[in-house]
Write a protein that binds this ligand. Structure first.
Ligand SMILES: [Zn+2]
Length: 324
């Protein structure tokens, strides 16, 4: 009797481990229902690494009557195949559309794995994003992610987005309505915020990151990123109160206090520090210890050590440029 119970639980553990994407010590990842017909697999809150195989974003599924719509399928071809296998555990319906939120490869390189299975699937992104990735940013990100994860085999030739869209455009796929919003600069100059009206969900892309830090690249603006998150909070520019706010990395929730405030407040502290340094005629690194003390709540976020000083320097350059 005891033996039978043991055997059953061993079989259960075995089947459980088969039922999710497993990344070593990081554990199991799977799609979970996050809102009406919206499923999200929240990736590891870490920088890309060998351990996470380059999976650290939040791929999402919107289930329609006849198919599945995917937002940001993941960071490379190999991990994309595993993510697609997880998609198929949610539903056997075909993938009928893909959206990419911005030019960084950790969000869209896995288009490749989905396109392999669905060669004609339309892949939507901002027109300018498509220009940028074809120009050089796909190559730049291939280099970055290959160095950090060693898992980019098969990702080239790139599966670029195939359908260009513009800001304020509405895209309807099989009865599901998506409203696009682009701002000149934020996390990058190619960001597309996606509102899914059927479920009242807002996909914010990397304009919102929780529990980890990434780089602000040369196309980004910390000031504009702050303005954008404040617009969302104040429900300006057509933004509403949403049932679910989805960041590019980190947990989603229906509360702006829980989801938006941590990153927004971080950027505000960084900019205030940069402004003070600029006013006092000192360099950004000279004010770093003082700013660091105000950021105690963020010390546990992944990559804080490596990124905070860079963010402060970037904010300082923006303050300087704005003053000229
Ligand atoms: Zn990004």
């Amino acid at each position: 009797m005891k033996k039978a119970v043991l055997l059953t639980s061993a079989a259960m553990i075995f089947s459980l481990s088969l039922s999710a994407l497993t990344l070593g010590k990081l554990g199991d990842f799977k799609f979970e229902k996050a809102n009406d017909n919206v499923y999200i697999m929240h990736g590891p809150e870490k920088e890309p690494s060998k351990e996470n195989e380059g999976f650290m974003n939040n791929p999402a599924i919107i289930e329609s009557k006849n198919g599945l719509i995917i937002i940001d399928p993941g960071g490379n071809y190999n991990v994309g195949k595993k993510i697609l296998a997880e998609v198929e555990k949610v539903s056997k319906k075909p993938v009928i559309a893909i959206f990419n939120t911005h030019k960084h490869g950790d969000h869209w390189f896995a288009n490749k794995s989905f396109q392999e299975k669905y060669p004609n699937v339309p892949i939507y992104a901002l027109n300018y994003m498509i220009e940028q990735v074809k120009d050089n940013s796909a190559e730049t990100w291939y280099g970055i992610l290959d160095r950090m994860t060693g898992n980019l085999n098969g990702t080239k030739p790139f599966a670029f987005p195939t359908k260009g869209i513009e800001s304020k455009q509405t895209v309807v796929v099989d009865g599901q309505t998506f409203i696009m919003r682009h701002y000149a600069r934020g996390h990058t100059d190619t960001d597309m915020l996606i509102e899914h009206t059927n479920s009242n969900t807002l996909f914010i892309g990397d304009n919102l990151i929780i529990n980890r830090f990434g780089a602000f690249d040369e196309s980004s603006s910390i000031h504009e990123n702050i303005t954008l998150l404040e617009k969302i909070k104040k429900q300006e520019d057509g933004f509403k109160k949403y049932k679910l706010y989805v960041p590019g990395h980190g947990p989603s929730s229906g509360s702006t206090e829980k989801t938006i405030d941590p990153f927004l407040n971080y950027m505000k502290i960084i900019v205030a520090g940069a402004q003070k340094a600029y006013k006092d005629g000192i360099e950004s690194y000279e004010i770093k210890p003082e700013v660091d003390k105000q950021l105690k709540n963020y010390h546990s976020w992944d990559a804080y050590e490596g990124q905070m000083g860079k963010h402060l320097m970037k904010a300082y350059e923006e303050v300087e440029a704005l003053d000229l």
